[in-house]
Design a protein around this ligand. Structure first.
Ligand SMILES: O=C(O)CCC(=O)C(=O)O
Length: 267
């Protein structure tokens, strides 16, 4: 693992805790961005992880030939060289500054691809709407684009201070339980308070747990490739679980594939 090359100033740490997000101009080198693009394109071109349910269309039912928002969970399981990047070393060092020494060693990761022209919106949501409703979380997501991400191509947008909220009611995209992706209820109210955070390739936007965030469809002719790393402290049991009723009626093709894959593995 490379040695970290950057750290946050006191002002940046304060601003992250106050607003719930932060933008970094560079979290890795352009040389590493080039290498990551090759790995990324291979993983999506070959639909790596599809059979395991680890790759799927976040905004669709997985019936389309051309998914509009493909997502791959745990990409380093399929490309182990991702465990040895400067991006990971820098993100881990910064996460430690933000979360403190009880941060867990193990981190999460995923990739979300917005193809040129057809890439769908990532609706307003909180990541914790997907998570275990019995637990409370403290953590940080690093979102690094491999292409210059603009508002038009789908950089992330945030609602300052919304990381201080608890989980809000969500529903499946299009209210279709066959779709994995979630959207917060009444999303229209957030647009006018949104802070768009354009980021150049190899830079990153960071956001805290519970932050409301969104990204436009990709209206441009260039891809919007993004690679997220997540870090957290041990989750705490809640006195009263969140009523995450939107999780209960999910019926995704991704889950069916994941269950079938597990059954085959245990036979
Ligand atoms: O890449 C996107 O469009 C959304 C990313 C996101 O929601 C996340 O990484 O938490």
């Amino acid at each position: 693992m490379p040695e970290p090359t950057i750290s946050l100033s006191r002002e940046q740490i304060h601003s992250f805790h106050e607003d719930g997000f932060l933008v970094l101009n560079a979290i890795t080198t352009q040389e590493e961005v080039e290498q990551l693009r090759e790995i990324y394109d291979r993983l999506f071109f070959e639909r790596t992880g599809w059979d395991q349910g680890s790759q799927f269309d976040l905004a669709g039912t997985d019936e389309d030939d051309q998914p509009r928002l493909p997502q791959l969970l745990g990409p380093s399981r399929f490309a182990p060289e991702l465990k040895d990047t400067l991006y990971l070393a820098n993100a881990r060092a910064i996460a430690l500054q933000l979360l403190g020494s009880d941060m867990l060693d193990r981190n999460g990761e995923h990739m979300i691809y917005k193809p040129p022209r057809i890439g769908a919106a990532t609706p307003w949501h909180q990541d914790q709407a997907y998570h275990n409703p019995e637990l409370a979380y403290k953590g940080v997501n690093f979102w690094m684009p491999l292409d210059d991400a603009t508002v038009e191509s789908g950089c992330l947008q945030f609602i300052p201070g919304s990381h201080k909220l608890d989980v809000l009611p969500h529903h499946s995209i299009n209210r279709d339980p066959r779709i994995h992706g979630l959207e917060v209820d009444n999303p229209e109210q957030y647009a006018e308070r949104a802070v768009p955070c354009p980021v150049a390739a190899g830079g990153a936007s960071l956001h805290a747990c519970y932050m409301l965030h969104y990204a436009e469809p990709n209206h441009t002719d260039v891809p919007r490739r993004a690679y997220t790393l997540t870090f957290r402290t041990p989750p705490q049991n809640r006195d009263k679980p969140v009523d995450a009723y939107w999780q209960k009626n999910k019926q995704t093709a991704r889950q069916t594939r994941a269950d079938a894959y597990q059954t085959r593995g245990s036979m």
